[in-house]
Design a protein around this ligand. Structure first.
Ligand code: CA
Length: 224
């Protein structure tokens, strides 16, 4: 599960990010409306957690922006005061739910699960590149119905690449997706994950290649 957290208070953002990561989520954090609008362009997130009081405006603007661009990604509004007008306003503008600060992480997780249970056509559950199918929900890669057995970190690398297939994904972004716990990142370990992934994808007949751009990142694409 990949979440976009739009929150300008650094402490709140850091606490939420680490709590969500402990529950296996990949969290992209942005502090402003403006950056959030760029971050949603790829449609890479399963859920957006949205603070309303942002330095460059009302978080509701992001919901308007999303819906105007035909994105139905679920949005959970984080309301500061939990005032009734703020809550109603959020729901009226297309938020799927709201949660009032302060809240327990378990409640937030339950609300995330609830919005994700709503009609599945709202979000892309599967990505297909070449012969490779990737189930974003179950985090599973397969070719022609046969699951490719991949260890967790290789799956996370593959997920980071396939969500943005056809585009270069920065090393730092992949590393963030993979090492979200307390790991010390070995400078060459991403490259070893990639090289094992390449071998397994090729053996499985996935019809994709992982193209490396030295010092920058990697790109997943179908084999021409
Ligand atoms: Ca705020």
């Amino acid at each position: 599960m990949r979440l976009l957290l739009v929150e300008d208070e650094p402490e709140m953002a850091a606490a939420l990010t680490s709590a969500l990561q402990r529950h296996d989520a990949i969290v992209d954090h942005v502090p402003t409306l403006d950056i959030a609008k760029t971050a949603v362009r790829d449609g890479a997130h399963d859920v957006i957690l949205l603070d309303r009081q942002l330095p460059d405006g009302d978080g509701i603007d992001l919901i308007r922006h999303l819906r105007a661009h035909n994105s139905q990604v679920p949005v959970i509004v984080i309301t500061a005061r939990g005032s009734l007008p703020e809550r109603i306003g959020g729901l009226d503008h297309g938020a799927d739910d709201y949660i009032t600060k302060p809240f327990a992480i378990d409640e937030l997780l339950a609300r995330i699960r609830a919005v994700l249970r709503r009609p599945a056509e709202r979000r892309p559950l599967h990505v297909r590149v070449g012969e490779l199918a990737f189930d974003l929900d179950g985090r599973e890669a397969s070719v022609a119905g046969t699951v490719i057995d991949l260890p967790r970190r290789e799956l996370l690398v593959l997920e980071a690449l396939i969500r943005r297939h056809g585009r270069t994904v920065l090393r730092s972004a992949i590393e963030e997706a993979v090492y979200n716990y307390d790991d010390a990142i070995q400078s060459n370990s991403l490259d070893s994950h990639i090289s094992r992934l390449r071998k397994k994808l090729s053996e499985a007949g996935a019809g994709v290649e992982i193209h490396g751009i030295r010092g920058v990142g990697y790109l997943l694409r179908p084999i021409a």
